[in-house]
Ligand binder design. Structure first.
Ligand SMILES: Cc1ncc(COP(=O)(O)O)c(C=O)c1O
Length: 405
């Protein structure tokens, strides 16, 4: 088959593929525990549902402006002011089909072929392929001290004449690490000094634990003019548990937003009007579901970390936020894909191999599901991997017998 060079360089989204795998196995009746999920399990806010239903009832389901409706932009402007103390104009805002599209369009707007985009390791699975879609070069940077917390010198060392942009995602998918205030201040200052675009992927920004407060990158910016190269990405998928609604956005300088809107206008036009209504409903509605979910996630995180800590041979860094834990399983198998496959095949626990996030030997485990799933999932993994555990395990009334060593 004759396909483009770009298409050849792109791989499937592993996380989406794993979701599919879990669904197929469940359909077959297998008792799968999905610790690979990337979305909160609580229901979407009632205000979102009511707003969508009300608009659906009008029967007037039309195109919207390519950068989003004025009402959604107004809600985004208010959100940005409340959460970031940053006043934005409607021309500084573009709504998209998820934060994913907002990041993709931002990259398309700024990256030329062969230009480099830097991001710390571990990184969200989509960044490398998104950069490749722009014919750019992804440059993952592993913190030299072996932690999940990059230092400015790690980034500095990799910046060269081809560097065009830096992407920072904190709190981070997959590690759950929330980068320090000092690092965010340093990276904002560094990108301003070196005239680099800084894409702040803040999709998890309010899902932080242990009394931590979200960090506001604008606080450290010196350039608040329309020349600023800071691009703030956000959306309703995680914080409002509205992943299927596909609404995200970018806040940036007016010229860049204009260019991004031109690109988006030829790709998808504006996001669906119904889903924009839903996002407006959620953002203008009762906000308590966010805090309720955050508290639940913090409790789930504690349970997962406690269980993993009782797992000899697994190294865990306590996540500061998100709903992921990125644990080092290299004592059991250095090949995370093989290990993840073994866990789904033998004990029907779905995990995501660390190699997909740029770190081999790790597994990403999600704690956005039920406590029962977290506990049982880790128990099953322990049984599969700890050869000192009994030879048999019951899953419901199914008896598993270890046939591997
Ligand atoms: C780090 C990160 N950025 C962006 C996204 C995309 O979010 P959305 O559902 O708004 O497209 C995700 C989703 O998993 C993510 O983990």
């Amino acid at each position: 088959m004759s396909i483009s060079q770009i298409a050849k360089s792109i791989s499937e989204s592993v996380t989406l593929k794993l979701n599919e795998k879990a669904a197929i196995l469940r359909e077959k009746g297998d008792p799968v525990i999905h610790l690979g999920g990337g979305e909160p399990k609580c229901k979407a806010p009632m205000d979102a549902l009511v707003a969508t239903a009300a608009h659906l009832n009008t029967g007037e389901i039309r195109y919207t402006p390519a950068d989003g409706t004025p009402a959604l932009k107004k809600a985004i402007i208010r959100y940005t002011e409340e959460n970031y103390n940053r006043k934005a104009a409607p021309e500084n805002v573009m709504a998209s089909g998820g934060a994913k599209q907002a990041i993709m369009v931002a990259l398309q707007a700024v990256v030329n072929p062969q230009e480099e985009v830097i991001f710390p390791c571990p990184y969200w699975v989509s960044y490398p392929d998104m950069v490749k879609l722009c014919q750019g070069i992804p440059v993952p940077v592993k913190p030299e001290d072996g932690t999940f917390y990059p230092r400015i010198q790690d980034i500095e060392q990799r910046v060269g004449s081809y560097t065009k942009a830096v992407i920072i995602n904190s709190p981070n998918n997959p590690s759950g690490a929330m980068y320090s205030q000092e690092f965010i201040a340093d990276i904002v200052e560094f990108c301003e000094k070196r005239d680099l675009y800084l894409i702040m992927d803040d999709i998890y920004h309010r899902l932080v634990f242990d009394g931590k407060k979200p960090i506001n990158s604008y606080e450290f910016a010196k350039d608040h003019s329309e020349n600023s190269k800071l691009i703030l990405i956000n959306g309703v998928s995680k914080v409002y548990a509205m992943s299927g609604f596909r609404i995200g956005w970018a806040v940036a300088n007016k010229n860049l937003i204009k260019v991004m809107t031109n690109i988006q206008s030829h790709q998808t036009s504006g996001p669906s009007v119904l889903l924009q209504k839903a996002a407006i409903g959620a953002m203008n509605g009762i906000q308590s579901p966010i805090e309720n979910m955050r508290v639940t996630l913090e409790n789930n995180r504690n349970i997962m970390v406690d269980h993993l800590n009782s797992f000899e041979g697994v190294k865990v860094t306590k996540p500061d936020g998100t709903f992921y834990c990125f644990a080092d399983f290299s004592n059991y198998d250095e090949d995370s894909t093989r290990l993840s496959n073994m866990l789904i095949d033998k004990v029907q626990v779905l995990t995501v191999p660390g190699v997909e996030f740029g770190m081999e030997g790790f597994l990403r485990l999600s704690y956005c599901g039920s406590i029962k799933d977290i506990k049982e999932g880790i128990e099953r993994m322990k049984w599969a991997l700890d050869l000192n555990s009994p030879n048999e395990l019951y899953i419901g009334d199914r008896k598993l017998v270890r046939d591997w060593a």
